[in-house]
Design a protein around this ligand. Structure first.
Ligand code: DUC
Ligand code: ZN
Length: 495
């Protein structure tokens, strides 16, 4: 099948251009002006923005959490994903503790996902136990297309201690791989939970109090000190707050290569949600918790300045009945929120429309940067000749209201209930096939497993706002109104 998308505005991390896009089979075969192709089906996309398919580098489908399993599995979850313009999700396969291998973990996740997905999918691998056998398996994982890993500094079933953290990130770096790390100080959080319970504090409003920003920042600091010693790059996943952010900046200024991811819940919600009446706060229980308004402001600025490289979702959904498992004790509330369907529309409405970030930045955060970090660029992450025809036709004028009544998740609650969006998904092409048309799913289960390569360098992170003469000599782009900021120079080299 050939499609000719006429008169759209093609978005990339570097700019926007009015261009036509010709698709044949699974690939984009031409991008240019005034294209014609008599045997192609012409789709008029005037007035629409064409983004590369969004990539969500952080989802949990069909995951056991706190004695239950996420409401969304790979079938319902990837349906929601593609409806939201996400054409590739990278979920977390996991090794089990107790002498199990990475290979067993990978097989388990393939069984959960294969044949069920409506968008393309890939896996990171969570390492929860480290020994010589695990070390040997890193190459096996690379052969299977897994080049990014996950480590937890919290959760008894997943936690690795500092010794293993050091050994693992060093061994990964030797193979050109890296880990995303869940940073929270497990020990102090346990102590705070014991104190809260002893005082009879058992409601969801206590959740953010026992997992404070300082304990995330401490773990980020410790991780980065360990990474420095190991000489290895790392990624801080679901970054939530200013204190932790400052640890990342400090490490970068110290010459370290550190990547950062945040999620819409940390940009758009604040910790007052935990005090909603009638146990509604349970809906928002996730780890790390949602923080303060001032932290949101810090994260938005960090996105604009290029200090955070990607916005993923940490999609991990539960029904209200599942959340009610923690009615008498907030620590038993399964942690996680849905988000994979609304990441792009929320970022556009509350980021691009409000002027907090540019549309090019949105493309970097959702498409280009995750594609490069996770080794699928330029097959994915860009609208260019030879790339996979993963294309989001985005209608910047379409308005909608987010609601659990209409969302595609297998849940009866949505953390963004009532949020208005201005800009919505019109069509989504997945490797040349029309999967979503007029906002509706028209073909499902088209997704395939994507083997990934090694991380590629990110584009330099200069923006017109933060750009300096020194940088211009390196990357060749000079914005006359900008000021010289030494930190930008460092950032350009290090991220
Ligand atoms: N945090 C959550 O809230 N849920 C899933 C995993 C995670 O890190
Ligand atoms: Zn997660």
């Amino acid at each position: 099948m050939k499609y000719l998308l006429k008169n759209g505005t093609v978005i990339s991390g570097a700019g926007t251009r009015k261009q036509d896009v010709l698709v044949e089979g699974e690939k984009i075969i031409k991008v240019g002006e005034e294209l014609s192709q008599p045997d192609a089906k012409v789709v008029d996309v005037s007035g629409k923005l064409l983004f590369p398919g969004f990539i969500d580098g952080h989802t949990h489908f069909d995951l056991e959490v706190a004695g239950t399993v996420t409401a969304d599995d790979f079938e319902t979850g990837t349906r929601a994903a593609i409806l939201g313009g996400t054409t590739l999700v990278i979920d977390f396969a996991s090794q089990d503790k107790g002498g199990h291998t990475l290979k067993e973990g990978l097989e388990k996740w393939h069984k959960k996902a294969d044949g069920k997905c409506s968008c393309d999918y890939s896996f990171h691998m969570s390492i929860v136990e480290w020994n010589e056998e695990t070390k040997k398996e890193i190459q096996d994982m690379i052969n299977e297309g897994i080049t990014s890993f996950k480590l937890y500094m919290t959760y008894p079933a997943m936690i690795v201690d500092d010794e293993d953290l050091y050994k693992i990130i060093k061994a990964l770096n030797e193979k050109g791989c890296f880990a995303g790390v869940h940073c929270e100080n497990a020990g102090v959080i346990d102590a705070l939970i014991q104190e809260a319970k002893a005082q009879g504090k058992l409601g969801p409003e206590n959740h953010p109090l026992v997992r404070p920003d300082t304990m995330e920042a401490e773990a980020v600091h410790r991780l980065l000190v360990i990474a420095k010693e190991a000489g290895a790059p790392v990624m801080v996943v679901h970054l939530t707050n200013r204190k932790a952010y400052e640890e990342i900046i400090r490490a970068r200024e110290n010459g370290q290569s550190v990547f950062a991811e945040t999620c819409p819940q940390y940009l758009l919600l604040d910790d007052s949600v935990y005090s909603k009446p009638d146990f509604e706060g349970a809906k928002y229980v996730c780890a790390p918790p949602i923080r303060k308004k001032a932290d949101q402001d810090c994260l938005w600025k960090a996105l604009a300045d290029g200090d955070i490289q990607t916005v993923a979702t940490d999609q991990c959904s539960f029904t209200l009945a599942q959340k009610a498992m923690g009615k008498a004790d907030f620590t038993k509330i399964p942690g996680g929120l849905p988000g994979v369907q609304t990441r792009g529309t929320l970022l556009y409405t509350y980021g691009v429309r409000t002027g907090k970030i540019t549309v090019e930045k949105m493309c970097q955060l959702l498409c280009e940067n995750p594609a490069k970090l996770y080794g699928v660029y330029p097959n994915k992450g860009v609208i260019a000749e030879g790339s996979d025809a993963d294309i989001v036709v985005f209608d910047p004028e379409k308005e909608n209201v987010i609601s659990a009544e209409t969302h595609a998740y297998n849940t009866d609650n949505n953390p963004y209930e009532g949020f208005e969006i201005h800009g919505d998904i019109d069509k989504v092409f997945l490797r040349g096939k029309l999967a979503v048309d007029d906002g509706k799913l028209v073909q499902e289960k088209l997704g395939t497993y994507i083997k990934r390569g090694l991380r590629q360098p990110l584009a330099r992170t200069c923006t017109e706002k933060a750009f300096c003469k020194m940088c211009a000599t390196i990357c060749g782009r000079f914005y006359p109104n900008s000021v010289a900021v030494a930190r930008v120079f460092l950032k350009v080299n290090i991220v």
